[in-house]
Design a protein around this ligand. Structure first.
Ligand code: ARG
Length: 285
């Protein structure tokens, strides 16, 4: 599969909104267990390099005029740096994560407690396993929801009810791409880039119908977590390891800022994984 032509939208027509993100420092980041195919505990992690790369990402958001709130990292929770999994804030409510794996389970209450004091609306707890923005992506006024590896489909329905937003269920089929945010990039309220082969046939059909003008990525883009990016509608912050995808996004009239987060890739996460968007009430989603 190749990147399709994408009708460029002139930059001046693109609107960027200042965003508020939550991030957690990789103070305790290490790879000492394996809950996804990326994680190999025998490979050493350079923690100070991880901190340096993460800090560069935080600086990039600040330089773009966004706000970054810090969630305190907790010892013994090495994956807590992947803040996107800590919850979902949309439709005036916050939804607390419930992690699939025991190794991350304590992150759920830690993020929920922080969200409760973060002026993001009431914090709801679901019956179903759900890994926050790892599997729930807000695209304008709808939510795309992943299942297959982490988040239970029952949680999709609960999120629809609590947010009042339409939720589109999409089944993931490739274990390397265990979270939705590893294979779908939200570029603006109407535009996505995605990797079709990571989805069931039904989900591929749904995406092709909903987003006929999407940027279609391939495995070379996805395997470096090129799609695991953060966009404010005008500026895309993404890995420096996916030049072809970066060129396609630039061709769509969006500025690309490349950031190296290679040390955190060892845990199976990228830029978006480290970034939870706080859509505070009164702020358009
Ligand atoms: N090691 C973490 C896990 O397997 C990585 C999470 C990446 N986060 C994400 N939003 N995709 O859960």
């Amino acid at each position: 599969m190749t990147i399709t032509d994408f009708a460029p939208t002139p930059m001046r027509e693109r609107i960027s909104r200042p965003r508020t993100y939550a991030m957690t420092t990789p103070t305790h980041f290490e790879v000492n267990y394996s809950i996804n195919p990326w994680m190999d505990p025998s490979i050493e992690v350079d923690n100070s390099l991880a901190l340096e790369q993460w800090e560069r990402l935080r600086r990039t958001y600040l330089d773009l005029g966004h706000t970054v709130d810090l969630v305190p990292a907790e010892p013994g929770l090495p994956d807590m740096v992947y803040a996107a999994n800590g919850g979902l804030v949309a439709g005036g409510v916050a939804i607390a994560a419930r992690f699939r794996h025991a190794e991350r389970r304590a992150e759920g209450p830690a993020y929920a407690a922080w969200l409760a004091g973060a002026a993001v609306g009431p914090v709801h707890h679901l019956d179903g396993i759900n890994e926050g923005e790892g599997d729930f992506l807000v695209v304008g006024d709808r939510i795309l929801a992943g299942s297959g590896f982490r988040t239970d489909p029952v949680a999709h329905e609960q999120v629809r009810r609590l947010t009042g937003m339409p939720v589109i269920s999409l089944e993931l089929v490739d274990p390397r791409y265990y979270h939705l945010d590893t294979v779908i990039a939200v570029l603006d309220d109407h535009t996505i880039a995605y990797h079709p082969a990571a989805f069931s046939t039904a989900a591929q059909d749904t995406l092709a119908t909903l987003y006929p003008d999407a940027i279609v990525a391939d495995d070379a883009d996805a395997i470096v977590l090129g799609l695991n990016l953060v966009s404010d509608g005008r500026n895309v912050v993404m890995t420096d390891a996916a030049p072809r995808l970066a060129a396609a996004i630039t061709g769509a009239g969006v500025s690309v800022i490349e950031v190296d987060l290679s040390e955190l890739l060892k845990g199976g996460g990228g830029i978006k994984c480290c970034t939870l968007e706080l859509r505070r009430t009164g702020t358009p989603s």
